[in-house]
Write a protein that binds this ligand. Structure first.
Ligand code: AHR
Length: 330
């Protein structure tokens, strides 16, 4: 009896515990049991490509700023320098219902249709780096980037100060034709050439902003016997290629040929200190935090400035030090 009377309360207790546990389990919501809305801000970023050190630094800057730690999900699309791929990427972003579209445009023209689609979908478009030409300025929320014409003007001013009215035979390595980086820097040189009758542009060609194309163009000129004493290279990577071509031909860059470049990446400034490149106009690629600040303003219902030009420096050999190079972010 003692044993029996002891057994029943024990069984009842176990039963109650089971019922209680089952009840608790049934009431409790598993964290992943129901779909939850994404808390991160979703940004589709259509990047030009990976043609240069500048571009790589720009992509990293965007990834670091628009990171999950900062409350973002970044969908990066590399267009491999093709506008048609950028248009496809933007359409994909619209279909995915991203919160913002960031566009680093390949060329200036050809954006009206796809940006109208983004506008109709209610997705703000933020432009970085290069500018675009559209019929309606409301097709994009705002832009942050460089004044490329001003950059070209700075390079030309240095040429005028250093060479005075000496005759120059200039090789002009252009970036991707139709990009505002190319258009602005080319305009700067054209204005300089118009002011200086002794300047002859002996060659002008599209070097794609790449090292390989820069080398190929200069090598061909050297093989053809084209004479020149200045290379105006619209970015650092084409300048690296030009340097390789000159060295391969037994010439001394910086002594036989003066090289001006744009971007002012760390590698180029090292070459500047070594006297290989003579002048470099900065083009700042660190747009990630700037885009992040714009999105935060838009999220807060504020109106960021429509156009923001970033501050940029110029570098010559005299004023460039190892400390300056080491402190740079790209
Ligand atoms: O639009 C910026 C330019 O594009 C940079 O000068 C160049 O390096 C890049 O590819």
């Amino acid at each position: 009896m003692r044993n029996k009377s002891f057994k029943y309360p024990l069984l009842c207790g176990l039963l109650c515990l089971c019922i209680c546990l089952c009840g608790c389990t049934a009431d409790r919501k598993e964290p992943d049991a129901e779909p939850t809305a994404e808390k991160n801000i979703v940004v589709g970023f259509s990047q030009v490509g990976a043609e240069s050190d500048w571009r790589a630094a720009n992509t990293i800057s965007m990834q670091q700023a628009l990171s999950p730690e900062n409350g973002y999900r970044l969908i990066l699309d590399d267009a491999q320098n093709r506008q048609d791929r950028q248009i496809t990427a933007i359409r994909n972003f619209i279909q995915q219902g991203v919160d913002y579209i960031v566009l680093a445009p390949t060329t200036e023209t050809g954006w009206d249709t796809v940006l109208t689609e983004a506008k109709d979908a209610g997705i703000p478009v933020i432009l970085v780096d290069r500018m675009i030409e559209v019929s309606d300025q409301n097709l994009f929320a705002c832009w942050v980037g460089s004044d490329f014409r001003e950059e070209g003007g700075r390079a030309v001013k240095w040429m005028e100060q250093v060479f005075g009215d000496q005759p120059l035979k200039i090789v002009h390595l252009q970036g991707n034709l139709g990009s505002s980086a190319q258009i602005g820097r080319t305009a700067g040189l054209d204005e300089g050439a118009a002011r200086n009758p002794g300047w002859e542009i002996v060659f002008r060609g599209d070097g794609d902003f790449t090292q390989a194309k820069g080398q190929e163009l200069v090598q061909t000129l050297l093989e053809n016997g084209t004479e020149f004493n200045v290379i105006y290279s619209e970015n650092d990577n084409m300048a690296y290629g030009a340097v390789d071509a000159l060295k391969n031909a037994g010439l001394v860059p910086g002594a036989d040929v003066t090289i001006l470049s744009f971007d002012a990446s760390k590698t180029a400034l090292g070459m500047l200190m070594d006297g290989v490149i003579s002048y470099d106009v900065e083009c700042n690629p660190l747009h990630g935090p700037r885009v992040q600040a714009i999105i935060e303003q838009l999220e807060a219902g504020e109106e960021p400035p429509k156009l923001t030009y970033v501050e940029e420096a110029v570098f010559d050999r005299e004023h460039t030090t190892r400390e300056i190079i080491d402190a740079r972010g790209y």
